[in-house]
Design a protein around this ligand. Structure first.
Ligand SMILES: C[S@@+](CC[C@H](N)C(=O)[O-])C[C@H]1O[C@@H](n2cnc3c(N)ncnc32)[C@H](O)[C@@H]1O
Length: 297
């Protein structure tokens, strides 16, 4: 029996599984697709998912070492264009009241350097090249990638509902002495339509006023990073993903992560009782995700 024939139809949609459903444990509700998200998304049905939670590769920061990877484009405009077309296809697979939670970090221009050597502490930081300084920017400029992407997605039809600052109290130290150390990344919250599902009560936060126990969640989230042993790249913390999944979907809802990496979104979906489809280009990371999902953390 081949691998696909063994999988369970956990989504119970009548649609044959497109990827490998990890049927080894009954607690697992994830389906893993290995390949380029641009191609795989085009095979997925319209309006299937309730919510997308994802973190695309950042531009020019890391080399994941696989042909077709996003993030290794020569110009930031090509990178943005690649992501806009990918998320357009992802929007088609989203229900009309669906939402997108997109985590993205920024980067600086290279200052004339053309490559970055291996970083002994973080193998994934090594690049075979450093992208050239974008036209109109100077050495040492912050590029503003998150907002470029947010505005491009907005122009493509997404409703940009809010930016969220993910503040990292335990951020990586930087050796810079001419600016503050960067300790935040962005999380953008988009919807497909004007009206959409958002469970504000599921993500309330403690109130400072003693008369009130909780209040509507604010837009700065203080969440420590969560290093994942064995991975060579940016894993986002489960605590961040939990808030997106809880606000963006009901129990048994369907979540998509087109940049699955080590499968953090899937781990959280299993925890919170949601179904999840993850797409990952790099087979090594897909193996890592599979192993993580089976272990449950
Ligand atoms: C920032 S990482 C995601 C990390 C993930 N959120 C986690 O917690 O492990 C981005 C991932 O996108 C994958 N990727 C890059 N280009 C891709 C593409 N065209 N299709 C699917 N995955 C891609 C990379 O291999 C990498 O694992």
């Amino acid at each position: 029996m081949n691998e696909l024939a063994q999988v369970l139809d956990l989504f119970d949609t009548g649609i044959p599984p497109l990827g490998v459903r990890l049927a080894e444990t009954t607690r697992n509700r994830c389906e893993l697709h290995v390949g380029d998200a641009r191609q795989l998304l085009s095979q997925m049905p319209d309006g299937h998912f309730d919510c997308i939670v994802t973190s695309p590769p950042y531009w020019g920061l890391r080399d994941y070492g696989v042909t077709g990877q996003i993030g290794a484009e020569t110009t930031v405009d090509e990178y943005i264009a690649d992501l806009v077309s990918l998320f357009r296809e992802a929007r088609r697979t989203l229900s009309d009241d669906g939402t997108l939670w997109l985590n993205i970090g920024d980067s600086y221009t290279s200052g004339g350097r053309t490559w970055r050597g291996a970083d002994a502490k973080n193998k994934g930081r090594a690049m075979e090249y450093r992208a050239p300084t974008p036209v109109g920017l100077k050495p040492k400029d912050l590029i503003g990638v998150p907002w470029k992407l947010a505005f491009a997605l907005q122009a493509d039809g997404w409703y940009l509902r809010t930016d969220i600052i993910w503040n990292k109290p335990n951020c990586q130290p930087e050796s810079v002495k001419d600016r503050p150390t960067r300790s935040h990344e962005y999380l953008f919250f988009f919807s497909k339509s004007e009206k959409y599902y958002y469970d504000w009560q599921a993500v309330m936060e403690p109130a400072s006023d003693p008369k009130q126990k909780t209040k509507n969640r604010r837009t700065v989230w203080n969440i420590t990073t969560e290093p994942y042993p064995g991975s060579h790249f940016a894993v986002y913390p489960r605590a961040l993903v939990r808030l997106c999944v809880a606000a963006g979907s009901r129990e048994n809802g369907r979540i998509l992560d087109p940049f699955f990496g080590s499968g953090t979104t899937g781990v959280v979906c299993n925890e919170l009782g949601r179904y999840c489809v993850g797409i990952e280009l790099n087979t090594e990371y897909a193996d890592l995700a599979r192993e993580r999902l089976l272990r449950g953390r």
